[in-house]
Design a binder for this molecule. Structure first.
Ligand code: ZN
Length: 412
């Protein structure tokens, strides 16, 4: 099979999609169900229709573009990613997997390939947690990890419910219908930028993901006692921020104590009330992210953080409210699919190495219902979620080529 990627076209389409944004270029902002997100969906939908794919949308807007195989009853081969973007993002995160996936399908068509299994491009709704606070919303629902009744409680900061937001965006139907049966895909491959520096530093074309780290988010609210920064003497204080500061250090200590380099803990949010220089902090709101490729080890780190937080609260005489917002299992990629991607790279003389994905992706949830693997390409400086995020057209084309070759093998 003579596979060629139209790198110029793919690059042009990436920039056209990137120009669809609720903020001026080079900033890309596309928050789920907002006007820019809906325009971007229409843009991609037209490209898929032009490529001769049959389109279907589910009740939350997950989009499926299918190239029907000669044996359409067989489980399909899936690929895809997301096109929503956090505020002030760039144009490669997610979009490389959607448009690179589409170009891979077009390359297979140009080469005269006829698939036995159907090949399906999936565009997932709201991989980013921006609006409703939950990441991988579309794939989470597809996999059954987020049961439809749980959606009823999801609201954005303006109080709009997810249900009314999706209906206003034109997506109706029963939420229960979003869940896909196990076995509907024989394989799922996601192409994505690395969002880290390893491939660029080592000058490697393709990273083949062996595992996706398991993310967890903890929310801690602390209530102490406020007062005048001059008048209340130190022994009388119940400073909520100092308790929070100790908890943040306990997060670091717990992550380090696991002994594994794959364990990471971050206190990314620490809001102080009333936030005045001459006032003792009375309340603190913290959000903590803990990840590991080993789910049990990750959970024991969370346990340590919880125990440490309780000890600190007792010592400092403050009240704690703790909540685990999500604690998702890690995903192991399928060894057979990893080998398929390695063969695909070798067939086109692309250098490759195995690696772990420390960011989460829709593949984390697709792994619940299908064997998955991921294809990473280098991005400049490992930078992502910023307007200066960049992957060269050469690497984007190489990623799409490796994907095309692998999809061809899997659909044969
Ligand atoms: Zn992404």
């Amino acid at each position: 099979m003579n596979l060629t990627i139209d790198g110029d076209r793919l690059n042009r389409e990436l920039h056209e999609l990137g120009a669809i944004s609720s903020e001026p270029a080079p900033v890309v902002t596309r928050v789920v169900f907002n006007e820019a997100d809906l325009r971007a969906r229409r843009f991609v939908g037209i490209l898929c229709a032009d490529a001769g794919l049959d389109l279907r949308e589910d009740p939350v807007g997950n989009t499926f573009a299918r190239w029907t195989g000669s044996e359409p009853m067989l489980p399909a081969v899936g690929t895809g990613s997301h096109i929503d973007a956090i505020p002030n993002a760039g144009l490669f995160d997610g979009c490389v997997g959607v448009l690179g996936g589409l170009e891979a399908i077009r390359a297979l068509k140009r080469a005269g390939f006829s698939p036995r299994r159907s090949v399906e491009l999936v565009i997932f709704t709201s991989e980013e947690p921006t609006r409703f606070g939950i990441g991988c919303f579309g794939s989470r629902m597809m996999s059954g990890a987020l049961p439809s009744p749980a959606c009823d409680t999801l609201r954005d900061t303006e109080g709009t419910s997810l249900d009314s937001a999706r209906r206003a965006a034109g997506f109706g139907g029963e939420l229960a219908a979003v869940r896909l049966p196990e076995g509907c895909y024989s394989a799922f491959l996601e192409l994505h930028i690395e969002q880290g520096p390893i491939l660029e530093q080592r000058n490697v074309d393709i990273g083949i993901v062996t595992a996706i780290a398991a993310p967890a988010t903890l929310r801690i609210d602390i209530e102490g006692e406020g007062g005048h920064a001059g008048a209340v003497l130190m022994p009388q204080r119940r400073d909520a921020f100092l308790a929070g500061a100790e908890i943040a250090l306990a997060v670091e200590a717990a992550a380090e104590a696991s002994g594994a380099p794959d364990t990471v803990g971050t206190t990314g949010i620490c809001d102080i009330f009333p936030r005045a220089v001459n006032s003792i902090p009375s309340r603190v709101h913290m959000e903590i992210d803990v990840r590991d490729i080993d789910g049990t080890r990750r959970d024991s780190v969370i346990e340590q953080i919880n125990r440490a937080a309780e000890g600190i609260a007792e010592k400092r005489r403050v009240l704690l409210r703790k909540e685990v917002l999500n604690a998702d299992p890690p995903a192991l990629c399928n060894p057979g699919l990893i080998a398929t991607v390695e063969r695909a790279c070798d067939a086109h003389r692309l250098t490759h190495q195995r690696m772990i994905s420390r960011a989460y992706h829709d593949s984390l949830f697709m792994s619940v219902i299908a064997p998955v693997a991921m294809i990473f390409i280098p991005c400049r400086g490992g930078v992502s979620h910023r307007p200066d995020e960049y992957a060269s057209p050469e690497y984007v084309a190489k990623g799409s080529l490796a994907l095309a070759e692998a999809l061809g093998e899997l659909a044969s």
